[in-house]
Design a protein. Structure first.
Length: 341
């Protein structure tokens, strides 16, 4: 059965009629379609481009596919209809085509140097084994590899995967931007030269600002035992909004990600979007970073002819107030109505 939606379709800012036939969008009228919305503002489903449904709140690995499914449902119910798991210590490929869950772009495990990453989360390998580990994780995911170091970026690309580098410190981010990673996650240590290089290469930034705000807690835990580390974390946090603003001004592609699955709960994508707006991004660019632009980046076409039938309808204009995104009146995933209000 076809569905019919009429409203102001963003980003085009035109009142249009959409028909949803199965899992696809068409502008060709469909006889006998059921109308589910006749007004309001229509937006492609939201995206969390950096989360971890393979990790429990607090950072421990999940132990079942059902746990991953439950976490993805929290995001879905917050309007996130596509997500990228940026590294999972637990494999869950059975969820790739689950019709009840957001679209999944899924990395394998984090690949990291020995004793240089979170315990029990990453695959820890010596430098000489890095390329083989990267290729192995390319096969474990469905298009992404996530790594704390990336001397083997070329190996990942040859295996058909893109590389997401989780980076905080200044030296590591500088090296890996120039190594050709596809996205920088967090990026608190970015310098002006790094930002210019990212803009030149088209390297994406997923800043996870809501997570960087937790650096106070991390510094506090370091305490007097590691005072230099604690001071550095506080310095990185304080300078981060300016770094995000500089990346935006330089034309670096920026996408919304929360880092949910560690210290951040799932379903906080709108909170991250509000932080990007406060850092200086325009409202339209924030919407692009958390909706149609992020979907295109991840390979999930938006509300175009033949695009994917994922959308949200709002009774107020999210371009006027981003907080409206927390309250869709209609939510449709894969051509099926999830909720109406």
């Amino acid at each position: 059965m076809a569905l019919h939606v009429r409203g102001v379709v963003l980003p085009d800012d035109e009142v249009r009629d959409l028909w949803l036939v199965g899992d696809r969008v068409t502008f060709i009228p469909q006889p006998d379609a059921t109308t589910i919305a006749t007004g309001g503002f229509v937006l492609p489903g939201l995206v969390d481009a950096h989360c971890h449904i393979g990790m429990r709140p607090g950072g421990a690995p999940i132990e079942s596919v059902d746990e991953a499914r439950a976490l993805a449902m929290v995001d879905r119910d917050a309007g996130v209809l596509a997500l990228r798991d940026a590294g999972s210590p637990f494999p869950y490929p059975a969820l790739d085509d689950d019709v009840d869950l957001p679209r999944l772009a899924r990395a394998g495990q984090h690949v990291a140097p020995i004793r240089r990453y979170l315990r029990d989360i990453g695959v820890e390998v010596p430098v000489e084994s890095l390329s083989d580990a990267i290729v192995g994780q390319a096969a474990a995911g469905n298009g992404w590899v996530t790594a704390a170091m990336a001397d083997a970026v070329a190996a990942a690309h040859a295996a058909g995967a893109r590389v997401a580098a989780h980076l905080f410190g200044e030296e590591s981010v500088a090296a890996l931007v120039r190594a050709g990673v596809d996205s920088v996650e967090h990026g608190t240590g970015l310098s002006p030269d790094d930002i210019d290089e990212m803009a030149r290469r088209g390297t994406a930034l997923v800043p996870t600002m809501i997570n960087v705000e937790r650096f106070d807690d991390i510094a506090s835990q370091a305490g007097s035992k590691f005072p230099g580390y604690a001071a550095h974390m506080l310095q990185l946090k304080a300078g981060f909004p300016a770094i995000v603003a500089a990346a935006y001004e330089a034309g670096v592609p920026i996408y919304v990600g929360t880092d949910a699955g560690g210290g951040i709960g799932h379903g906080e994508v709108v909170a991250e979007m509000l932080r990007l707006r406060a850092a200086g991004m325009s409202t339209m660019d924030v919407l692009r970073a958390g909706s149609w632009g992020a979907r295109e980046w991840l390979g999930f076409p938006g509300l175009v002819e033949g695009g994917l039938a994922d959308l949200l309808v709002f009774d107020q204009d999210p371009r006027q107030e981003l907080a409206v995104l927390r309250a869709p009146v209609v939510s449709v995933l894969r051509g099926r109505v999830l909720a109406t209000r």
